[in-house]
Structure formats: structure tokens, C-alpha cells
Design a protein around this ligand. Structure first.
Ligand SMILES: *Cc1c(COP(=O)(O)O)cnc(C)c1O
Length: 375
């Protein structure tokens, strides 16, 4: 059996190797390493795929979030509401810009920000909500957009984990995750569902003026060549990464289908278990399973992880320390408050290997190992 990994990027590459190698060579020959034609071609193609007017590539997903908040002109002391149960980048950039991250709890089913908790956290200083579409399943965007409109807030979607996911609104309109708020942000980190071979990221928006502002911020605050209107950043997607992403974007729907197939096999295997809660999928969404994350009940999650490791089955805890318990935010916002759902889930969740190259025998071994631990 091929060794099991959380994500098997090598075997995925092998399947597209001729195309990728040729495209990479072409970039080397052209020497257009920065802002080569493929960067804009990719941006256009991703815009078409997502159904959004503007895609602005940048250097990574963390930069995308930072650039979004800079482009919206938030000022030090402004408050931004975000879930605590997420990767650190989401709240880190809020703090980096001297804004105040306001951590709220999540919905126990979706693992995403709880709209009711958002409403309770709004103050006169609140400027924005940053929902995170965790593990590949969107937050409740119908409710979030309603709350944002009611209170005049911006919505920046952290879509690093849910690219390609479909969401149908209560009015019956189906759109891609990340295209509901004012700005969507994503990451092309190699292990993400649409990953490149290094770092990369992008912002998307339908707002022409905001798109222009984002482009300016991402390019040294430059309005015309060598005229800099604001302090910005330097954040670009390399041409080499753009050619990889153009090829992989063609495969994204089949990559999602492959992940969903693995998820369905796990769902079926654990459906009857009293010790396991399988991931929830809202009926109006297509979960893209960036992670397949179980909740373990009545058994020790850490013991399960160790048991699996001994059977050469990797499993990860995303994330072992939630934002509101991270040292970095001490003195910047309320920390160590009790967020009951987040705190409980932190001790129960475990993510299993899921990727586009899983063999049936690998899947069987993972499932059998979990079952033998539980029995
Ligand atoms: C990966 C990720 C990011 C950051 O992306 P980078 O490209 O690594 O900077 C931000 N938010 C979430 C939820 C992520 O999963």
C-alpha cells in the first residue's frame, strides 16, 4: 500500500506532470517571472469559474485578508468580528492592522461562525464581519449578509478552505462560496483544494471601485506608475504559480468530486457509530471537504490520534488552540473567555486524510483502524 498522507500532492502532480512541466518551462524561457501573461489569464479564468467580476491575485491567503482590510480603509481601534475556531491568519491580520479582533462562537453543526453570536457582539465600533468557510463548508451567508446590511457592516469571506463550493440562498440563487460578501479571500497554499506549488492567494469582488482599490493596495499603493497615493504592500502571484493554477483550475471540479467520494465513504462507514459525529452538510450547500473532520464522543480523541499514528494513519487536530486562547492576542482583545461550542469542539475534533488520490485499500485501512479503536 502507498503510504497514507493527509494530502498526496506528489501523486496528484504525476497525473498533470506533462502539462505542468511544459508550462513551467515556457515561463522559464520567457523569463516573465513577475506579472507574466498567465497571471491575468488565470485571474480571468478564476473569475469566470467563480462568477465574479474581479479576481486580484496576490502572494498568499494571509495577504489577501490583510489587503482586503486595508482596501476598506479600517482604522486602528475598529472592531472586526470573526470566529475563534479557525486558522490563526484570519485574526492575526486584524490585530496586525491594529484593529480589534472580536472572537465569537460557532455553530456546532457547521463549525462556522454563529450568526446569533455576531449580532450580540456588534458595537458602534464594529466595521466588519469575517466569516470563515471552515473545512470546505460555508457559513450561513443568508443570515450573515442580512445582519451586515442591517448594521451597515462589511463582509470579508475567508474562503481559503471552500473554493468551488456551491451555496444556494434562500431566494434560490446558487453562487460560489466567497462571492456573497464585499470581498472574498482565498489561498493557493499547496495543500488547499486549489493549491499551487509555492505560495499564492487572491481576492475577489464584484465592486469595480473596490477592485481598483485592492489592486492599488497590493501594488505599493500606486495609482499611476511611480505615483503612490497610500501606504500599501507588495503582494503578487508569481507567473510560475499562475501556470500551475491555470492547469489545476481545469481539474478543480474533478478534485472536488474525488474528495466528496472519500467523504461519502467515511460517512457510510461511521454512520451508525455512537462515538462519532460525521460532518454536517447543509442541504443548500455542496461541501468541498478541504478537511473531513469528525467529532469523537465518549472516547478520547487524542488516544484515537495516537492509535492511528501507530497504524501509519496520519490524523490532525485543526485547530488545537482557538484564537481566543492564543497568547498573541492578550491585551488586544478579550481572551480566555468561555466560548462553549469552540472550547468543546477543540477537544473533540479530528481530521482524517482526504485528498484527490486516495486508493480504495488506503481508505479501507483508515476506516478499519478507526473501527478497531472504537470497538
Ligand atoms: C490557509 C488559510 C489561510 C492563509 O493562507 P496562506 O496562503 O497560508 O497565507 C487563511 N485562512 C484560512 C482559513 C486558511 O485555511
Amino acid at each position: 500500500m502507498v503510504p497514507i498522507q493527509m494530502v498526496d500532492l506528489k501523486r496528484q502532480y504525476n497525473k498533470i506532470k506533462p502539462q505542468v512541466d511544459a508550462a513551467m518551462l515556457e515561463v522559464l524561457e520567457s523569463a516573465a517571472f513577475i506579472n507574466g501573461a498567465p497571471v491575468q489569464q488565470f485571474a480571468q479564468e478564476l473569475g469566470q469559474y467563480l462568477g465574479t467580476r474581479h479576481v486580484i491575485p496576490c502572494a498568499n491567503g494571509t495577504d489577501a485578508l490583510q489587503i482586503a482590510m486595508m482596501a476598506l480603509g479600517f482604522q486602528p481601534g475598529d472592531e472586526v468580528i470573526t470566529p475563534s475556531f479557525t486558522f490563526i491568519a484570519t485574526a492575526e491580520v486584524i490585530a496586525l492592522l491594529q484593529l480589534k479582533p472580536v472572537f465569537v462562537d460557532i455553530d456546532p453543526k457547521t463549525y462556522c461562525i454563529d450568526p446569533q453570536a455576531i449580532e450580540k457582539a456588534i458595537t458602534p465600533k464594529t466595521k466588519a464581519i469575517v466569516p470563515v468557510h471552515l473545512y470546505g463548508h460555508s457559513a450561513d451567508m443568508d443570515s450573515i449578509m442580512e445582519i451586515a446590511e442591517k448594521h451597515g457592516l462589511y463582509v470579508i469571506e475567508d474562503n481559503a478552505q471552500a473554493i468551488g463550493s456551491d451555496y444556494t440562498t434562500k431566494n434560490g440563487i446558487t453562487k460560489k462560496a466567497g462571492t456573497f460578501g464585499h470581498i472574498g479571500c482565498t489561498s493557493f497554499f499547496p495543500s488547499k483544494n486549489l493549491g499551487c506549488y509555492g505560495d499564492g492567494g487572491a481576492l475577489f469582488t464584484d465592486d469595480d471601485a473596490l477592485a481598483a482599490k485592492i489592486r492599488m493596495v497590493a501594488n505599493h499603493g500606486q495609482s499611476a506608475r511611480y505615483y503612490h497615493d497610500e501606504v500599501g504592500v507588495n503582494s503578487r502571484l508569481d507567473t510560475l504559480q499562475a501556470v500551475v493554477l491555470r492547469i489545476k483550475l481545469q481539474q478543480l471540479d474533478s478534485y472536488i468530486a474525488a474528495r466528496r467520494k472519500v467523504a461519502a465513504a467515511y460517512d457510510a462507514a461511521f454512520a451508525g457509530s455512537p462515538y462519532i459525529i460525521t460532518p454536517y452538510q447543509a442541504p443548500n450547500q455542496v461541501h468541498v471537504f478541504h478537511q473531513y473532520t469528525l467529532q469523537v464522543e465518549g472516547k478520547d480523541r487524542n488516544e484515537l490520534q495516537a492509535y492511528l499514528a501507530a497504524k501509519n494513519v496520519p490524523a490532525m487536530i485543526y485547530y488545537p488552540v482557538p484564537g481566543h486562547r492564543q497568547k498573541m492576542f492578550e491585551g488586544m482583545t478579550e481572551t480566555n473567555q468561555h466560548l462553549p461550542v469552540t472550547d468543546t469542539l477543540t477537544s473533540k475534533v479530528i481530521s482524517l486524510p482526504i485528498h484527490t488520490e486516495m486508493d480504495p485499500e488506503q481508505l479501507e485501512h483508515i476506516i478499519a483502524s478507526i473501527q478497531s479503536f472504537l470497538n
